[in-house]
Design a protein around this ligand. Structure first.
Ligand code: HEC
Ligand code: HEC
Length: 336
């Protein structure tokens, strides 16, 4: 009897294994949605190159914070996938911010910036970060005057912005030019989309099918950048942490809505969500499988999913294929 049971179990395992390995290849139309955006090849404008270099120096320069201890890179650290690895960012005065520092990867794809979309473009974020007392805590006047006292910066601004010099607008333009270069590289998933059938495991391929099918993840984490750039309540936030609802108090749907974050490189960015409340990807999958807090503002797509343990592992295997090969970012020599 025992031998028969063992045999049956073995046959069952074999059948499942064959079924999993023998999956139908993903639909070419679906894969086309995940191809990288075409970048126009052309001559690199040397002025633009200098502007990016200047913006990078400013981004890494701690003189832009009140105590001169924190730069933009303290919270958007390239070694931590342009986040800071903390549940909530720590401001210049060591207090904890209400929000987790989001990654800056592929922000050039986003129509609005910030977890609640309160920034209309990349430029608009810079002085909000510098002059907010709950962040870098340095007034605009003081920030501009600190930059203008450094001969290396004065020369660089003269070169990149002739006749304009150091101003709020030129600082914003230079930092934004650098931020727009923060784009994700090629991940195993991209090699698979490009035709290398061995680039990701059968489990990850199954995860990709679930991501686009039963689990509905792709409805919001859509396309190459894995975000629709829009705002949804996925049943996470509580109390007065009402997200985009604070900007649109009359909208029931935007209550507790936050921006869909990119999933590129996501395995490197724990803890997760706008408030860093979920420590790992297992926890994220558990949240989606249970459906989060059931309330009128919650997206219709968020509901108990009935994913098996294996489904969840497959989805995680897929998310792990979005991690690109790390390429170290050189810390710039700061003008002085
Ligand atoms: C103390 C930590 C901290 C520092 C320093 C900091 N940021 Fe941020 N950054 C954050 C947090 C937290 C958010 C989310 C803010 C929000 O959603 O309202 C954010 C959001 C952003 C965003 C929007 C990203 C997105 O996905 O929407 C950009 C761009 C950005 N910061 C750029 C900068 C620049 C440029 C500097 C330096 C001038 C800087 N940050 C300094 C913590 C920080
Ligand atoms: C209705 C739109 C929607 C759907 C469907 C959806 N997400 Fe999300 N996802 C979001 C939003 C919005 C957030 C940010 C919520 C927050 O910060 O509180 C998020 C956050 C995440 C995060 C955390 C990322 C980070 O950097 O913090 C992961 C991982 C994630 N989703 C994966 C998935 C997976 C896997 C699925 C499918 C099971 C899925 N999402 C389905 C909108 C969605």
């Amino acid at each position: 009897m025992r031998t028969v049971t063992t045999l049956l179990v073995l046959i069952l395992l074999l059948v499942t294994a064959v079924a999993r390995a023998d999956m139908t290849p993903a639909d070419p139309e679906l894969l086309a949605k995940y191809r990288p955006p075409q970048v126009a090849a052309g001559q690199v404008d040397p002025r633009e190159d200098h502007e990016i270099k200047l913006g990078k120096a400013l981004f890494f320069d701690p003189i832009l914070s009140g105590t001169s201890a924190r730069s933009c890179a303290s919270c958007h650290n390239p070694a931590l996938s342009w986040g800071d690895g903390l549940p909530r960012a720590v401001a210049d005065d060591s207090s904890s911010m209400k929000l987790r520092a989001p990654t800056l990867l592929d922000i050039n794809q986003l129509p609005r910036l910030g977890w609640t979309g309160k920034f209309r473009d990349i430029e608009a974020v810079t002085f909000a970060a510098i002059s907010s007392s709950g962040n870098m805590n340095l007034s605009e006047t003081e920030a501009l005057s600190r930059i203008a006292q450094i001969p290396g910066y004065v020369a660089a601004f003269k070169d990149v912005f002739p006749g304009q010099g150091v101003s709020r607008s030129t600082v914003e333009q230079a930092i934004a030019a650098f931020e727009r270069t923060i784009v994700s590289g090629t991940a195993p998933f991209d090699r698979w989309v490009a035709g290398d059938s061995q680039a990701i495991s059968p489990s990850a391929q199954q995860g990709f099918a679930l991501f686009n099918g039963k689990a509905h993840c792709a409805s919001c984490h859509s396309g190459w950048a894995f975000t629709d750039g829009s705002f949804h309540d996925i049943g996470t936030a509580k109390g007065d942490d009402i997200g985009r609802g604070a900007l649109f108090p009359t909208s029931g749907k935007l209550r507790y809505a936050f921006k869909t974050p990119t999933l590129r490189d996501v395995a490197h960015r724990a803890p997760y969500m706008h408030d860093g409340s979920i420590p790992d990807l297992r926890g994220v999958l558990a949240l989606y499988n249970e459906g989060g807090i059931d309330r009128p503002s919650r997206s219709e797509l968020i509901r108990p999913l009935g994913l098996s343990e294996q489904d969840q592992l497959d989805l995680i295997a897929f998310l792990n294929t979005l991690t690109e090969t790390p390429h170290p970012v050189a810390i710039p020599v700061l003008p002085r």
